[in-house]
Design a protein around this ligand. Structure first.
Ligand code: AHM
Ligand code: MG
Length: 336
């Protein structure tokens, strides 16, 4: 069929979420509206990131413009866009952003029942050299009709209603889970729409890749060191794993999700809680991993069971293919 060369039934992300929601009779479309605003933020960042190389030339970011004002850095700019988009959705009550020290409480007239935790532009060290970066987000609902407080944000990751990320790479990819599997959408720049390209993503049960900043090896604890040693010198007759490390969590996790394997940012002697932030890095990625059939572990427990005490708290994280995470769990259980 000549017509088969073109896909004529386009499943946009909006259509997808509306379909999902129609399964719940009580749904009032609030979630679709919220998600649309997140998607808008991602499209903005995507466009800004694509022009980042022009920044020095035409004064987009980090340079002084003609009025002599400092131009905003891409991560600061992205944060402002997300905060404004989320508040104007009228569906949020608390926002926690990596860029803002304090949580933002939305004023009553613009308030809704969703809590959004996000890292507007993660992978800061990769911004200026054109390597993939991304936005990460997680969504909770306000427990009841009370005045929202910080306690409403400090919930374990398993209470998240939805989580996702958008990767600004060689294409712009939006990966989302609303708690029933994981789906991937790719931005068609000519349409300005995210189209479903990766339905029902499942991570391979075992992978051939490990992903970690080995420069920290000197300070690792026993189980992490032993695990990475096994990746390189397996003692069960299997082939050694390949190492891939981009240094952008979104890109490293995206590859792990599609190809399988393990991503780790462990504790070390210098950073006993690792580097990555619980609310808007560890939780959303752990949520997606579990929804795709993988696992996420902190070195002590299932990552999604963790109860954060502070909004910018950090935790070690090991996530990826089910069997690979099983191995690291066994090493920690043995305390080796
Ligand atoms: P950032 O929020 O400053 O961008 O830091 C988070 C990033 C993650 O994207 C990535 O997984 C990690 O830091 C890489 O850290 P390192 O450079 O220590 O390997
Ligand atoms: Mg970050």
């Amino acid at each position: 069929h000549a017509a088969d060369a073109y896909r004529t039934d386009l499943m946009t992300i909006t259509r997808y979420v509306l379909n999902e929601q129609s399964k719940y009779p009580e749904s009032r479309g609030d979630f679709s509206i919220l998600l649309n605003h997140i998607v808008l933020g991602c499209k903005f960042v995507c466009s800004a990131v694509n022009k980042a190389g022009l920044a020095k030339l035409i004064g987009l970011a980090g340079e002084t413009n003609v009025q002599g004002e400092e131009q905003k850095k891409l991560d600061v700019l992205s944060n402002e866009v997300f905060v404004k988009a989320l508040i104007s959705s009228g569906r949020t009550c608390i926002l926690v952003s990596e860029e803002d020290e304090e949580a933002t409480f939305v004023k009553p007239s613009q308030r809704g029942r969703y809590i959004v935790v996000f890292d507007p532009l993660d992978g800061s060290s990769n911004i200026d050299c054109g390597v993939s970066i991304g936005t990460i987000f997680g969504i909770y609902t306000l427990k009841d009709a009370r005045e929202p407080t910080l306690d409403d944000v400090l919930q374990p990751g398993k209470n998240m209603l939805a989580a996702g990320y958008c990767m600004y790479g060689s294409s712009c990819t939006f990966v989302l889970s609303t708690g029933s599997g994981v789906n991937g959408f790719t931005l068609d720049p000519s349409l300005g729409e995210f189209i479903l390209t990766h339905p029902d993503i499942k991570i391979p049960q075992k992978g051939k890749i490990y992903s970690v900043n080995e420069g920290n090896a000197k300070n690792w604890d026993g189980p992490t060191a032993k695990y990475v040693e096994k990746c390189k010198f397996p003692n069960d007759g299997s082939s050694p794993k390949s190492l891939r490390y981009i240094g952008s969590m979104v890109a490293d996790v995206h590859r792990t999700l599609l190809y399988g394997g393990i991503f780790l940012y462990p504790a070390d002697k210098k950073s006993p809680n690792g580097k990555l932030r619980v609310l808007y890095e560890v939780f959303p990625m752990s949520f997606l991993m579990e929804q795709a059939g993988g696992q996420a572990f902190t070195g002590k427990q299932r990552a999604l069971d963790l109860v954060p005490n502070k909004i910018h708290e950090r935790s070690p994280i090991f996530l990826g293919s089910y069997d690979d995470v099983e191995e690291i769990k066994a090493l920690y259980a043995a305390g080796e």
